[in-house]
Design a protein around this ligand. Structure first.
Ligand code: ADP
Ligand code: MG
Length: 350
């Protein structure tokens, strides 16, 4: 049950992901307030930790922590990472009518649309995750998903879901690599990258920091984080929150050089007549997918951990763990509706 496996899991993850005896972890949303320093930590002409947090980009909180030799380098690095996040938000948001993804949604059913290499590659990766997960991850969930508004407590009627459901299928996405186009095979198809774009943005942020030769950093967008280097000897610990109590942590995971994503049914939701309507949608039914309460995925990149963190909600813990174990490079910690904590083989006690 919740809480009992905490230490064992934490220790195993640390052992598995730590190439050196040094441990690193990153500060996560629900632990954020525990760390003292907010915004950039005072003027420093010498090496120091720097942090910047901003709400609102990609509809979520972006947080970057890094170690830099001086203020100027830190400012440059933070500015570049945040403007990259804004650029990706501008091109991939379905909330922005002039985004590239909105243009695709508006026109790709009529004729193939030429898109940027970046979007083409991410769509290709999204389709790969659909194949890996047997369609549990499917960016065309949006053909139904666009009718939900969790903040406004709005959900589609069963009739509306039934009418739109035949347009949910990643196989309707026709990607032509030579022409770099996307075409929707059916009218009514919509895509939404809310389940993978943040991971991509985090990886882009990390790439920028690596170009600037920053060796110790953590970049977070919503539930998606990637860390590089260690925290200079200090153990950073990633917390996985209790699904029903954001003040409670069910596992603490020391990490180094890895990505980690957590999805939960407590992120964007409303409850009505004892049913939880939340933002992860089962592509087969058009309803919220509730076979786990939370899923935390570990892998090398945040695109991968983000893309794979929805699977268990749709398929259930056992089937999802089978997939993660088969992939070999992915680990997971899942909380079931009964409050059991399950994890992949890589995290089992020796
Ligand atoms: P966060 O936005 O905090 O990173 P998640 O990684 O859990 O949260 O992603 C949730 C988002 O994934 C939803 O808001 C929605 O945009 C998208 N999504 C929901 N269901 C699916 C699905 N079956 N396949 C792909 N994406 C999905
Ligand atoms: Mg995510």
């Amino acid at each position: 049950m919740l809480g009992e496996d905490t230490l064992r899991i934490a220790v195993k993850v640390a052992i598995r992901t730590s190439a050196t005896p040094r441990f690193q972890a990153r500060r996560v949303r629900w632990l954020g307030f525990l760390l003292g320093c907010s915004a950039v930590c005072g003027p420093a002409a010498h090496a120091a930790w720097f942090e910047r947090t901003e709400d609102g980009i990609m509809g979520t909180r972006i947080a970057v922590d890094l170690w830099a030799d001086n203020n100027a380098l830190a400012d440059q690095a933070l500015d570049r990472v945040f403007s990259e996040m804004r650029r990706i938000d501008q091109s991939m948001s379905t909330y922005k009518p002039d985004s590239e993804v909105s243009r695709v949604n508006a026109t790709a059913a009529q004729a193939p649309v030429v898109i940027s290499a970046e979007l083409f590659d991410l769509l290709t990766t999204a389709v790969e995750y659909s194949r890996i997960t047997g369609g549990a991850f499917d960016i065309t969930y949006a053909s139904v998903g666009f009718m939900y508004d969790f903040r406004g407590r709005i959900k589609p009627t069963d009739k509306a879901i039934a009418a739109a459901l035949p347009t949910v299928n990643y196989r309707f996405l026709e990607l032509d690599k030579a022409r770099r186009t996307i075409h929707f095979a059916r009218p009514g198809v919509r895509i939404d990258l809310g389940g993978i774009a943040k991971g991509h943005a985090v990886d882009r942020g990390i790439a920028i920091l690596q170009q600037l030769k920053i060796e110790h950093a953590s970049v977070t967008a919503g539930g998606d984080t990637r860390i590089i280097g260690d925290r200079r000897g200090a153990p950073w610990v990633v917390g996985i929150r209790h699904p029903d109590d954001k003040g409670k942590v069910i596992a603490r995971i020391p990490l180094v050089d890895t990505a980690i994503s957590t999805s939960g049914d407590y992120e964007r939701y409303f409850d009505e007549n004892g049913v939880r309507y939340h933002h992860i949608i089962d592509p087969a039914s058009g309803h919220s997918a509730s076979k786990v309460r939370s899923a935390t995925i570990l892998a090398a990149t945040a695109t991968r951990t983000d893309g794979l963190s929805k699977t268990a909600f749709v398929l259930g813990a056992e089937k999802a763990i089978e997939i993660y174990d088969r992939l070999g490079d992915v680990d997971a910690i899942l909380v079931t509706p009964e409050g059991k904590v399950l994890y992949t083989k890589g995290l089992e006690a020796p």
